[in-house]
Ligand binder design. Structure first.
Ligand code: SAM
Length: 215
């Protein structure tokens, strides 16, 4: 698996700039996987859900609707521009500027954590610690739904070829820092149990994982 490139500051700046246009990218290449992820997540009324790296709120809006007024849906992101876009989309959502690596919530606070198109921009050596942080804020038996850029087979795809030859400073702006990943081994290493794994194609290939924290 190719490693991610791009400093945290450059990633936050790049996504702040991309916020007005990200919805279009998401509709063209990610909508189908997000919809499938939502179906697998099976959100129930009244659930407490954390969306990590909420972006402009495409999934947040649906999670918010599904959890209903008795539920709680909280979105965090590192880019203020993305949080403003999410606020416009879901005016009454709970949103916070925070880094996913140190979530500002007590242990066991959520029934579900949702994270789409985020792990794919995280350096490989940080994936397991990050997933352990997701695990910490989940209640026992809580579930984690991941959707990420991925690929079929082992060969390098065109995205990876361009990613590996591009200068590092351009990676956050051209690729959003993202490269295709296979997250299953990392979720197991973080102590989760893999429940379901699916691949969805829509111009790009996305991997969906539904996993559970041990009871
Ligand atoms: C590719 S976008 C995905 C947005 C959204 N999850 C979606 O599916 O449309 C990646 C998001 O991760 C956010 N992000 C990047 N690094 C982060 C970090 N360390 N903590 C929290 N958010 C981060 C970016 O600001 C951006 O909004």
């Amino acid at each position: 698996m190719l490693d991610a490139r791009g400093s945290r500051g450059a990633i936050a700046r790049a996504y702040g700039l991309a916020a007005p246009l990200y919805g279009l990218w998401s509709t063209l290449f990610e909508e189908r996987a997000i919809q499938r992820g939502l179906a697998l997540a099976s959100v129930r009324k009244g659930e407490r859900i954390l969306e990590v790296a909420v972006g402009p709120g495409a999934a947040l809006a649906k999670l918010h609707r599904e959890a209903g007024p008795a539920g709680l849906v909280v979105g965090i992101d590192i880019a203020p521009g993305m949080l403003r876009a999410a606020r416009r989309r879901v005016p009454d959502a709970a949103l916070a500027l925070a880094d996913a690596r140190a979530l500002p919530f007590r242990g066991g606070a959520f029934d579900m954590v949702w994270s789409s198109y985020f792990l794919d921009l995280i350096p490989t050596c940080e994936l397991t610690p990050l997933l352990k942080e997701f695990c910490r804020v989940l209640r026992p038996d809580g579930r984690l739904l991941l959707v990420d850029l991925s690929k079929k087979g082992k060969g390098k795809i065109w995205w990876e070829r361009f990613y590996s030859i591009s200068p590092g400073f351009l990676i956050p702006y051209v690729f959003g820092g993202c490269r295709p990943i296979h997250a299953a081994q990392f979720v197991r290493d973080a102590g989760f149990v893999l429940i379901q794994q699916e691949i969805v194609s829509q111009g790009m290939v996305s991997e969906i994982l539904l996993v559970r924290k041990a009871a």
